[in-house]
Design a protein around this ligand. Structure first.
Ligand code: PLP
Length: 383
C-alpha cells in the first residue's frame, strides 16, 4: 500500500507490490491470462476480462500513481496511446493550448489526426505564462505542456501556468517524460494530469514501449479507465512487468543520469561554447533559476549545435560507444538528430521557428562511466 511518508526510492520498490500472497514470491507475477474464472453469474474476484484489469498492470498503475503523487494511474501501450487517451476527454469543438516545441509525435497526432475530429490546437511558447493566458479561449479545455521541451530544453514554470489555467477553469496536463517523477513532480506544482512515455526513463532499459496518465480527480480515474476498456490500447502484462522492474531502480538511475548529464553538458559547453549547448543545468540557460527551483536535478537531456548537417553526420558516424538512435532515457547513451528523426514531421519551416537546425544533435546521457562517454564524444568531435 502507498505510504506517502516513505521516501521515493522505497515507494518505487514497494508500492503496489506486496509479496505474492499465494507463494511469497517477491516479484509480481506476469499474469498471462485474457479472462478469469467466475464463481457464479455476477460473482468474480474483481477481474473479468484482461482489457479491463490485469493484476500485473494494476500493480504497476498503483506504483506509478504513488510516485507521481496522483490519485489514479492508467497505463497504455505507448506514450502516444496515452496522449490519445488523454484527448478523449474532449469533444468536437474543444480547444487545446500546447507548448510550441513538444515531442514531434504529439503535434503530429494533434495536427494530422485529431483536427479531423473537430478539435483545435494552438501552439504557444509556454515559458511565458502570459502567452498561455492569452491563448486560452472560452472553448479551451486543456493546456498541455512539456518541460523541459524537446529538443530545445526550454523550461516552463508549472506553478505559474497551473495558476493561469485554474483561474480560467482549464485543466493542465504535463508530459513529464524528460525528467521522471524522481526529478520533477508536476502535481505538487499544481498540474491536474501527468503523462509519460514510460518507454524512456521510467522503463530505463530501452526494452519496451508504454505510456501512463496519472490523474488527480475521480473524473480522471473514471474517464481513463473507461478509455482503456473502450479503445483497448492497454499495456500488456509482460511490458507491465518490465516497467515494474525498471522503476525499482529509478532513483539510483536518475541520480547517475543527472550527475553524468552535468559533466557532459560542461564538457560540451567548454568544447563548443555555452551559446551552442542547451541544458537547464548551465548557469547561462535562460531558465536556470526556475529549473533549480522546480526540479530536483537537471536530468541528462542535452542538445548542442554542430553548425551543419555535414558536421553533425561526421560526428554521428564517428561515435563508437554512444549510439546514434531515436529515443532516450535508457541506461545507454543515445544521440539523435532531431531535424531528421524526432522532428522530421514538423517540416523545415516549423523547425526554423523552433530553432531546430540541421546541425543540432540531442544526447540522452546514459549511466556508463562518464569519462568513457566524454572520451567518445571527444574523439567523434575532433575526427
Ligand atoms: C517518446 C515520447 C513520447 C511518445 O511516446 P512513445 O512511447 O514513443 O509513444 C511523448 N512525449 C515525449 C516527451 C517523448 O519523449
Amino acid at each position: 500500500m502507498s505510504d506517502t511518508k516513505q521516501g521515493f526510492a522505497t515507494r518505487a520498490i514497494h508500492d503496489g507490490q506486496e509479496a505474492d500472497p499465494l507463494t511469497g514470491a517477491v516479484n509480481v507475477p506476469i499474469y498471462l491470462t485474457s479472462t478469469y474464472k467466475q464463481e457464479a453469474i455476477g460473482k468474480n474476484k474483481g477481474h473479468e476480462y484482461a482489457r479491463l484489469t490485469n493484476p500485473t498492470r494494476d500493480a504497476l498503475e498503483e506504483n506509478l500513481c504513488s510516485l507521481e503523487g496522483g490519485t489514479s494511474a492508467h497505463c497504455f501501450g505507448s506514450g502516444m496511446a496515452a496522449i490519445t487517451a488523454l484527448c478523449t476527454m474532449m469533444k468536437s469543438g474543444d480547444h487545446v493550448v500546447c507548448s510550441d516545441n513538444v515531442y514531434g509525435g504529439t503535434s503530429r497526432l494533434f495536427d494530422k489526426v485529431l483536427v479531423h475530429y473537430g478539435l483545435s490546437f494552438t501552439y504557444v511558447d509556454t515559458t511565458d505564462a502570459n502567452a498561455v493566458a492569452a491563448a486560452i479561449r472560452p472553448e479551451t479545455k486543456l493546456v498541455h505542456i512539456e518541460t523541459p521541451t524537446n529538443p530545445m530544453m526550454a523550461v516552463t514554470d508549472i506553478r505559474a501556468v497551473a495558476d493561469v489555467c485554474h483561474a480560467k477553469g482549464v485543466e493542465l496536463s504535463v508530459d513529464n517524460t524528460f525528467l521522471s517523477p524522481y526529478l520533477q513532480r508536476p502535481i505538487e506544482l499544481g498540474a491536474d494530469i501527468v503523462m509519460h512515455s514510460t518507454t524512456k526513463f521510467l522503463n530505463g532499459h530501452s526494452d519496451g514501449l508504454g505510456g501512463v496518465l496519472v490523474g488527480t480527480k475521480p473524473g480522471h480515474a473514471e474517464t481513463f479507465r473507461f478509455v482503456q476498456k473502450c479503445t483497448g490500447g492497454i499495456l500488456s502484462p509482460f511490458d507491465s512487468y518490465l516497467l515494474l522492474r525498471g522503476v525499482k531502480t529509478l532513483a539510483v538511475r536518475m541520480e547517475q543520469h543527472d550527475a553524468n548529464g552535468r559533466v557532459v553538458a560542461e564538457y560540451l559547453a567548454r568544447k563548443l561554447g555555452t551559446g551552442k549547448v542547451f541544458y537547464p543545468g548551465l548557469e547561462t540557460h535562460p531558465q536556470h533559476e526556475l529549473a533549480k527551483r522546480q526540479q530536483r536535478g537537471f536530468g541528462s537531456m542535452i542538445s548542442f549545435e554542430l553548425g551543419s548537417l555535414e558536421a553533425a553526420n561526421r560526428f554521428a558516424t564517428g561515435l563508437k560507444l554512444c549510439y546514434l538512435a531515436e529515443s532516450l532515457g535508457g541506461v545507454e547513451t543515445l544521440i539523435c538528430h532531431p531535424a531528421t528523426m524526432t522532428h522530421a514531421a514538423v517540416g523545415a519551416e516549423g523547425r526554423a521557428k523552433l530553432g531546430i537546425t540541421d546541425g543540432l544533435m540531442r544526447i540522452s546521457v546514459g549511466i556508463e562511466d562518464v569519462a568513457d562517454i566524454v572520451a567518445d564524444l571527444e574523439q567523434a568531435m575532433t575526427r
